[in-house]
Design a protein around this ligand. Structure first.
Ligand code: ASP
Length: 305
């Protein structure tokens, strides 16, 4: 069924400080512009979400690709997932340390692998065998993040509960509807600051940080990953749409559930096959942008609860 294309992106749900708002809004706007051009030319939702996420992985403002948070040992470990709503094909990578654009590796898994998910060295080997250049982990680390980790680790002894604070999380994600009526979703992250080596968050797990099904909706989430994963929140939200909720309402319901059931915090973007959009978060801010014919919007506050 022919549709009017829509592209929605987010750049993470957290307490974005005032002096970082502009960089976040510019970043999501740019990503939405790149994804939108794919859709405008008649390209697929899958290509559009991949290209939009690559822009944000390449932007050091965000917790994805170079510039991501460091784990407890001072390394970058990245997770990403991409999913196609028509076929439910999906590709995910977890704990990769030498891939600049994990979403490209995830896309290769979606298209060229009998598997859905590869982690660590196996994922890196697959990426290299499929034409992606590997980098050094050091190439993904920037001084801002070394400083951030040092400060946190220095404070940790004093504040053992720091992990549950609304600490910085700027995971990125994109969802799209193309002219052919197909939905797709993608999410990419460096995870949480000071995480244990090998920790996998919600972002790259199917149905948790990302989901797409033409029969319901496409979703990408951000926020404190452990509660989001326990609630399988992206799938939960698309199921609400399938049973009749409009995305705007389903997005709000998802964030209420996250807060009420597990005292979690985060945000979600949601899009159905009719092009209806839902954006919600219970963090002070979440960077987001929407593009469709005659509509270009971006901001850091929407439906805040
Ligand atoms: N959900 C991500 C994680 O827990 C973090 C984020 O959204 O920024 O890994």
């Amino acid at each position: 069924m022919p549709s009017n294309p829509v592209l929605v992106v987010h750049g993470g749900a957290w307490a974005i400080p005032d002096d970082m708002v502009e960089a976040h809004v510019n970043g999501v706007r740019q990503a939405a512009g790149v994804g939108w051009r794919v859709l405008e030319r008649g390209g697929s939702a899958l290509d559009a979400v991949e290209e939009a996420v690559v822009v944000m992985e390449n932007d050091e403002t965000f917790d994805a690709g170079r510039g991501s948070f460091l784990n407890r040992e001072g390394k970058v470990q990245l997770d990403a997932l991409i999913m196609e709503g028509l076929t439910l094909r999906a590709g995910g990578v977890g704990c990769v340390e030498r891939i600049r654009n994990p979403i490209r590796a995830a896309r290769k898994i979606l298209s060229d692998s009998p598997h859905v998910y590869l982690v660590a060295e196996g994922a890196e080997q697959f990426a290299r065998e499929h034409g992606l250049a590997l980098c050094r982990n050091e190439d993904l680390i920037i001084p801002r993040e070394i400083e951030r980790l040092r400060n946190l680790q220095a404070r940790l002894g004093l504040e053992p509960n720091l992990f549950v604070e609304k600490t910085s999380v700027d995971t990125v994600g994109a969802i799209a509807l193309d002219r052919g009526g197909n939905l797709a979703a993608a999410t990419s992250t460096g995870g949480t600051l000071n995480k244990a080596p090998g920790r996998l968050g919600d972002s790259s797990l199917i149905g948790c940080g990302c989901y797409a099904d033409n029969e319901s909706a496409a979703a990408s989430t951000s926020g404190w990953g452990e509660p989001i994963m326990k609630l399988v929140l992206a799938k939960w939200s698309t199921d609400r749409v399938r049973s009749g909720s409009v995305p705007e309402w389903a997005a709000k319901e998802a964030i209420s559930r996250l807060e009420e059931r597990l005292q979690g915090h985060g945000g979600i973007i949601l899009l159905d096959h009719e092009g209806r959009v839902g954006i919600a978060h219970n963090t002070p801010r979440m960077a987001w942008a929407v593009r469709q014919e005659a509509r270009e919007e971006a901001g850091t506050e929407k439906n805040a609860m």
